[in-house]
Design a binder for this molecule. Structure first.
Ligand SMILES: [Ca+2]
Length: 415
């Protein structure tokens, strides 16, 4: 008897879960018919965590697309430790950060070329460590690189910081390493450092900071007097970039470019428009793609498409507010987006100017197809590998290089 009651309950649960999935799918199918000729249904089949509704058609659960060009993936190295950021050097080698405080140069075939040491001490606890890396726009002349890290401070505190120095490859050393910027205030947390680095075409550096996964830090994301939950734009010396939006605002940190950010681990410049694209982690639901514009408020924690991990509502439980920017796309449930990269090669023509996203909990590389600034299709690549993809690099050579939390270097190539 007990067995039959359990079976009946199980069937009832499965049925209602399917209904809610189909409900979402059906709504989306209707909405997306005008947007894309892709196959019906989204890549996401799980029910959302919240009852929030998108602000516009195609803001979430866009129709799935499939790459037609045959492609293949391969693990080229397995000994990266805990990689966080990957960039390409002018000579075609890959420079990969290691969270505990060093970098490694690898050939594209997966051979270790050089270990680079001499970086300042990092707080490697939790999500902290030596995180992203960027080349100076004049690297070929000055061999200067920039890195982001969690800077240890007194009392168990730490903060997102940016350093720079001269890369001496032959010696495997960073020369003259120095701190150029830190996102005040320091905080006692081992979470949400943001910290992705990307240079603008004007030679200034965008830096993201997180809100430290703390209720007080979260509120500071809305405060221009705090460096938590922000996008900064700084010069190569760490000063506020000329033209920054809050240079003349009393009490505002002049390095701030945009605010209301939760935890952005994805930054990239769009290859056609030159806009700054940002990927950030939502709470339970509500991972976002944003196009970052000077002086704009991206809403966290006032508006969000997510809920607390506990299941509680966040703030007033609203998704839209005057003066706050909408994400161009969001996910519920989350994919945990980390590093991002736009594909610019002609090797796989259907990927040209698509956005690729390394997903942690999602355990795949997400492909986003765009029509202008509108998301029109989504695909999950390498979804059967069971890997947390920390960063992706779409090389001009037509291959996608990706690093995982398990220490692997993947290469995705045309067959
Ligand atoms: Ca937002």
């Amino acid at each position: 008897m007990k067995y039959y009651i359990l079976l009946a309950l199980a069937l009832l649960f499965t049925h209602s879960a399917c209904n809610s999935q189909n409900g979402v799918k059906n709504r989306q199918d209707v909405k997306d018919k005008t947007n894309t000729s892709a196959s019906a249904g989204s890549v996401e089949t799980l029910p959302p965590n919240s009852d929030h509704q998108p602000a516009f058609i195609g803001q979430t659960r866009i129709n799935a697309v499939s790459t037609v060009t045959p492609y293949t993936s391969e693990v080229r190295a397995k000994d990266l430790g805990r990689p966080w950021g990957i960039i390409e050097m002018p000579d075609g080698n890959l420079l990969i950060t290691e969270k505990s405080g060093f970098m490694q140069m690898y050939s594209k075939t997966g051979q270790l070329v050089k270990k680079i040491t001499g970086f300042p001490t990092v707080d490697n606890d939790g999500q902290g460590g030596l995180l992203d890396v960027a080349l100076d726009p004049d690297y070929k002349i000055n061999q200067t690189i920039y890195w982001s890290y969690s800077l240890p401070q007194d009392g168990g505190k730490n903060q997102t910081a940016v350093g720079k120095g001269r890369l001496n490859i032959q010696a495997g050393k960073i020369e003259n390493p120095r701190l150029i910027f830190k996102a005040d205030p320091a905080f006692k947390s081992n979470l949400h450092f943001g910290s992705r680095l990307v240079f603008d075409s004007d030679g200034n550096l965008f830096v993201s900071s997180g809100e430290r996964s703390h209720l007080d830090g979260r509120m500071q994301a809305q405060k221009l007097s705090s460096g938590l939950g922000k996008i900064f734009k700084i010069t190569r010396e760490g000063k506020p970039a000329p033209g920054n939006p809050f240079l003349n605002t009393p009490d505002a940190k002049p390095e701030i470019y945009a605010y209301g950010i939760r935890n952005a681990q994805g930054l990239a410049i769009h290859p056609v428009t030159g806009d700054l694209w940002e990927l950030e982690f939502g709470p339970r639901g509500g991972d976002e793609i944003n196009i970052i514009r000077a002086g704009k408020d991206y809403g966290w924690p006032t508006i969000t498409y997510g809920i607390e991990y506990s299941g509680k509502e966040i703030g007033k439980n609203i998704t839209q507010a005057p003066g706050m920017e909408q994400p161009i796309y969001y996910w519920d449930p989350v994919i945990s987006p980390s590093g991002i990269s736009f594909y610019t090669s002609d090797q796989i023509p259907e990927w040209k100017n698509n956005l690729f996203i390394g997903c942690l909990s999602g355990q795949h590389i997400d492909r986003i197809v765009l029509n202008g600034n509108k998301v029109v299709g989504e695909e999950r690549l390498l979804a059967n590998e069971g890997e947390r993809f920390r960063d992706v690099l779409c090389s001009p050579d037509g291959h996608i290089y990706a690093v995982t939390d398990s220490g692997k270097l993947y290469v995705v190539s045309k067959k």
